[in-house]
Design a protein around this ligand. Structure first.
Ligand SMILES: [Zn+2]
Length: 309
C-alpha cells in the first residue's frame, strides 16, 4: 500500500497581522518525517512510477512525500531536510508562475488576507463593482456561520461571499485589483516561487511534476480548457528540463478538481499518475490517475491526526 503525505508552506515564521497562511516549521516537518519513517518505507517518485502496481498492492506500507504549488521554501528549506534524511519527494508546480510570471489566485488570496482584516476587505468589496455579491441577506449570513464554524463571524461572511457568491472570473478580478494595491507582483513571484534553475535540478532528480498551468479546479472547466491547463505545464517543464513529466497533482484535489472527464484527459495528454486530496491509503483498488493523499496535518504528529490511521 501507499501512503502519501502532502505539504504546502514550510517556513520558520507564520506570524502575520491576520493569520491566513498555515504550514509547518522546518522542525515540525523533520519531526513528522522521522515519525513516518518508523511506520513505513519512503520510496522515490521514480520507484513509484516504475513499479506502481507492485507498490500499491504490497502489504508493506510505502510512503511518499509530495509538495504542491512550487514554492521556493519547499526547495530551500524542506529539500535540504529531506536530502539529509535521504528521502526523495515529488514537487508539483504551476507553470503560470514561470511562463507568465504571475502569482496564482490562491496565493493572492492568502497574501491579501494576511495583510487586510476581514472587516476591511468586506467594506472594500462593498464599494466595488461586485457590491451586490457582498450584501448578504440574513439567511446567507446564517449559512456562512454554519459552514465556516471555525472562523470568526466577519471571516465566515467574507469567505462565504468569495467562495459561494462570486464566479471564478469575478473573484479573480476582485482579488487582482486588491492585490496590486498591497503587493508588487514581480517581487512576490520572485520571493514565493522556485526559480527555473530549481526546476531543472528537481527534474534531473526525477522529483518534478505538474500542478497544471494556472491552479484552477479543472472539473469545473470545459474540455478544451482542461486540456490546455494539463498540456501547457507538461510541455513547458519538458522543454526547459529536457525530461519527461508524467506525474500530476490536481489543484485543490477535491471532487470538483478531478471530476470526469479530467482523469481521462490527463491520461490522453500523457500523465501516468495523478494525485487528488481525497484522504486515504492507496491499496490497488484506485485509478492510477486518482491516487489518494493525506494532508500532512492528518498524519502522525499533525494537528488533525487520529490514531486510527
Ligand atoms: Zn495547490
Amino acid at each position: 500500500m501507499l501512503t502519501v503525505s502532502n505539504y504546502h508552506y514550510i517556513r520558520e515564521d507564520f506570524t502575520s497581522q491576520y493569520p491566513s497562511i498555515f504550514g509547518l516549521t522546518p522542525e515540525s516537518f523533520k519531526r513528522q518525517l522521522i515519525e513516518l519513517q518508523k511506520i513505513g518505507k519512503f520510496i522515490s517518485p521514480k520507484e513509484l512510477l516504475e513499479n506502481t502496481d507492485e507498490i500499491v498492492n504490497s502489504k508493506q506500507n510505502y510512503l511518499l512525500v509530495t509538495f504542491d504549488d512550487g514554492l521556493r521554501e519547499q526547495f530551500e528549506i524542506a529539500k535540504p531536510i529531506l536530502d539529509d534524511l535521504k528521502i526523495e519527494a515529488m514537487y508539483f508546480v504551476n507553470s503560470i508562475n514561470f511562463i507568465e510570471k504571475q502569482v496564482s489566485l490562491v496565493h493572492k488570496i492568502h497574501l491579501i488576507r494576511s495583510q487586510v482584516s476581514p472587516e476591511d476587505l468586506m467594506s472594500n468589496f462593498l464599494k466595488s463593482t461586485f457590491k451586490s455579491k457582498f450584501e448578504l441577506p440574513e439567511i446567507d449570513k446564517k449559512k456562512a456561520i454554519e459552514h465556516y464554524n471555525f472562523d470568526d463571524v466577519s471571516s465566515a461572511h467574507l469567505k462565504y461571499c468569495l467562495n459561494f457568491k462570486l464566479t471564478i472570473n469575478e473573484l479573480s478580478i476582485a482579488m487582482n485589483d486588491l492585490f496590486n494595491v498591497y503587493f508588487d507582483s514581480k517581487e512576490t513571484v520572485n520571493n514565493l516561487y522556485m526559480t527555473e534553475e530549481y526546476l531543472k535540478i528537481l527534474a534531473q532528480e526525477n522529483q518534478l511534476g505538474s500542478h497544471t498551468h494556472s491552479h484552477l479546479a479543472l472539473g469545473l472547466l470545459d474540455v478544451d480548457t482542461i486540456g490546455t491547463e494539463l498540456k501547457k505545464t507538461k510541455e513547458y517543464l519538458e522543454k526547459i528540463t529536457q525530461t519527461k513529466i508524467e506525474m500530476l497533482s490536481y489543484p485543490y484535489g477535491n471532487e470538483a478538481s478531478y471530476a470526469f472527464p479530467v482523469p481521462d484527459i490527463a491520461k490522453k495528454v500523457g500523465y501516468k499518475l495523478g494525485f487528488t486530496m481525497e484522504r486515504g491509503k492507496n491499496n490497488g483498488c484506485e485509478d492510477k490517475l486518482l491516487l489518494k493523499r493525506f494532508d500532512c496535518n492528518d498524519l502522525v504528529t499533525g494537528k488533525n491526526y487520529k490514531n486510527s490511521l
